[in-house]
Write a protein that binds this ligand. Sequence first.
Ligand code: GLC
Length: 459
Amino acid sequence: MIKKTERTVAQGIRGLHAGWSSSGKMIRPACIVLLFLLLQGCTRPTVHEPVTLTLLEEWTTQTFSEGRQQELQQFTRDTGIRVKLLPSPESARDKLILWQELLRTGASGPDVYGIDVIWPRILSEYFIDLKPYFAKEVSLQFPAIAAAYTVDNKVVAIAYRADIGLLFYRTDLLRQYGYREPPRTWDQLEIMAARIQAGERAKGKKQFWGFVWQGAAAEALTCNALEWQAAEGGGQIIEDDRTVSVNNPNAIRAWQRAARWVGSISPPSVVGYTEWDAQNVWVAGDAAFMRSWPTAYVDSQSAGSSIRNKFDITLPPGGKASRVGTLGGAGLAVSRFSAHPREALELVRYLSRGDVQAKRSHALSVPPTLPELYELPEVLEPNPRFALLSQAFRTGMVPRPSNVTGKKYQDVTDAYIQAVHSVLTGEKSAPAAAASLENELVGVTGFKKGPPRDQHIPE
Ligand code: GLC
């Protein structure tokens, strides 16, 4: 299932590129962006004309792009600096490939890049150190978020949106089926989801499912699976002290449990679901629970949504250990090849500014990166449950092992995704998948094997 409007940019890129590629190799949307940059170069303003920056955004939803365009127009009105927003592919993996291709081309690339919280170490060498310009702003952010964009004392990007995995639940259905509060544990979620699903189907809603999430072999699966295993004390895949900890009984049990969901409380096709697929089922009113990111709030609460005012959010359930959501989000980085670094810094300053973040949070349910904003009525009134995020960004989140694995992170996450996905599809048993993943990760990173060291502070 596809949310059409959200995929047009990525599909456009694919469609165009498909015309050029006869090899059937991986899509290389860099060609399109490069072409765009080339054409733009032909019409570069003379010295007297205003500067035009190019911004490559890591986030591509239509709603967000529209919101972003408005922010950029305001920026141009305030500063006289124009900004061209470039399209980007949809998946995190395809984006990273494009970002790397563009950055390797040097001077002809974009000035400012939106980068996922998992990329600062991978891309650090291509960006200028923002520390001298943003020391105060960085000190005001949630410490864990600021730390994620700092590599060896270099501030690679300034966070402009925070993100965390959440559980969305139907308040009306929970009430109808006699549940006074959302599940605190995965055991409880399974019971509730099964009961509500059976009840709704008995009423004739044959397509109703208990729980939807992101099971496609993509980055969001790493985020989901990390939440399952961290909840059970199954560690963070690779610990901060460079221990490959993934092959442990708690992680294995957490994966086995998720595999049982497929076809029981979750649709068989969940193993191909991205964020949009899950959200389409959820917004149609066909699921009791959904794991997603805070921004799913916007479409869930839109005028056309069948679940408007019938849902709420909470942290993902826990288990033997804590309740945690995976830390996500993005920051803005300035290319060291930019011909307009001064203007690029102004753009980063503007887009990460407190008042601009507050407005964005109001309009698009984008969680701010500055704790002080969570005290403001303009942030909390439209999203009262954002109050819980303020605490979650301190103690309720689990980071992906992108800092400790550095440039190897993409290989690490790819291997993890394949292993978990093979368990979900029944291709491999969880113990076998965990054992071979452990060896693969030791090979990729050169780190030692060992047990997890649970560093989460319980709620
Ligand atoms: C969200 C998160 C990002 C994550 C991605 C996975 O956009 O903010 O950190 O990598 O989802 O799909």
